[in-house]
Ligand binder design. Structure first.
Ligand SMILES: Nc1ncnc2c1ncn2[C@@H]1O[C@H](COP(=O)(O)OP(=O)(O)O)[C@@H](O)[C@H]1O
Ligand SMILES: NC(=O)OP(=O)(O)O
Length: 316
């Protein structure tokens, strides 16, 4: 590894595709995670200090469904905040194990640490009255109607033209409770895996933290975490190489290096779909405006060749 003085401090936000596999078995998901962690290990070997955060949309929704299957009065289903913690545990475990294997293989100590992370939200956030965060499986219209019979209290919405999904409240992250620990871990050359699924949403009630039902967007929490730990760069890794203007149209154009003010205009002009690219753009803008550092949105396959020409690079 390179000397600490040359290191860049990076927060890497991993999207669902970094974990999602053809099926939802632990084996298949771990296989996907192993592939992703190879890429992250390479970033670390290249000399960067990396803090990892990740999505949990598919997993938190799937686990919620599983909870209800076998629930009874004696063995009740867990509430959403606890399910969120459970997904941080399972995904964090898979990532930690995959990084450990990778580093053992390469003769480095991994020192990956998955941290159960809480994120403070505002109980008066209007998001609690307007669920928008898609979780769990995709359904076609008929499947969705069938689900309504079993779960009359669930709300379903179209997810960016890809099918129907259950949606839950997605309040904005105000503070990553465990940010000082994440910073400390990183400064001591550990690899924190933190604020998974955006962090467990909690509110402050008479000096105590209380879990609330919701799923925070991991892109917003990634920006907050990057800001809190003084990261030099926020790297959002997803399925596409760039954010695009006129996405999926004949005149689709990749956005390369872009000034934050220009990107804000593109956002205003409606180039980015809500629930997918839009939160990434908003998170990148927030991080760049607050810190003056740059944010990059690109694909996982580009992660090991980041330079001034790769991905959508947002700067002040
Ligand atoms: N303007 C755009 N440029 C690029 N991708 C876009 C745009 N608008 C919507 N998308 C969609 O956003 C997706 C990435 O968001 P999402 O699926 O939520 O990612 P992740 O699960 O990796 O966080 C892309 O696969 C693409 O289909
Ligand atoms: N919590 C969250 O944003 O998860 P996804 O990225 O999987 O939607």
């Amino acid at each position: 590894m390179k000397e600490a003085t040359k290191m860049k401090k990076i927060v890497v936000a991993l999207g669902g595709n970094a974990i999602q596999a053809n099926d939802n078995s632990a084996t298949a998901q771990q296989k996907a995670v192993r592939k992703t962690m190879k890429v992250i290990a390479q970033m670390i070997e290249n000399g960067d200090q990396v803090a990892i955060t990740h999505g949990n949309g598919p997993q938190v929704g799937n686990l919620l469904l599983q909870q209800h299957k076998g629930a009874s009065d004696a063995n009740p289903a867990m509430p959403l905040d606890t399910i969120s913690a459970m997904t941080q545990g399972s995904i964090g475990y898979w990532m930690q194990k995959a990084l450990d294997d990778q580093f053992k293989h390469d003769n480095y100590p991994s020192q990956a640490v998955a941290l159960v992370t809480q994120t403070i939200v505002d109980i008066n956030d209007p998001a609690f009255n307007n669920p928008t965060k898609p979780i769990g499986p995709f359904y076609n219209f008929n499947e969705m109607q069938k689900q309504r019979i079993y779960h009359p209290d669930y709300i379903y919405k179209q997810d960016a033209g890809r099918g129907y999904r259950q949606v839950v409240a997605s309040p904005k992250p105000l503070e990553i409770v465990n940010a000082p620990i994440i910073k400390n871990l990183l400064n001591n050359n550990f690899v924190p895996i933190a604020a998974g699924g955006g962090g467990i949403p909690v509110v402050v009630d008479h000096g105590h933290l209380d879990g609330v039902a919701g799923v925070i967007d991991k892109d917003f929490s990634a920006a907050k975490m990057a800001e809190d730990i003084n990261a030099d760069e926020l790297v959002i890794l997803t399925t596409v190489d760039n954010a695009y203007l006129n996405y999926n149209e004949a005149n689709q154009t990749a956005i390369g290096k872009v000034k934050v003010d220009q990107l804000k205009q593109y956002l205003k002009d409606g180039h980015f779909a809500a629930g997918s690219m839009k939160p990434k753009i908003e998170a990148a803008i927030e991080f760049v405006e607050k810190t003056g550092n740059r944010a990059i949105i690109t694909s996982l396959r580009n992660a090991n060749k980041l330079n001034d020409e790769v991905g959508t690079i947002v700067y002040n």
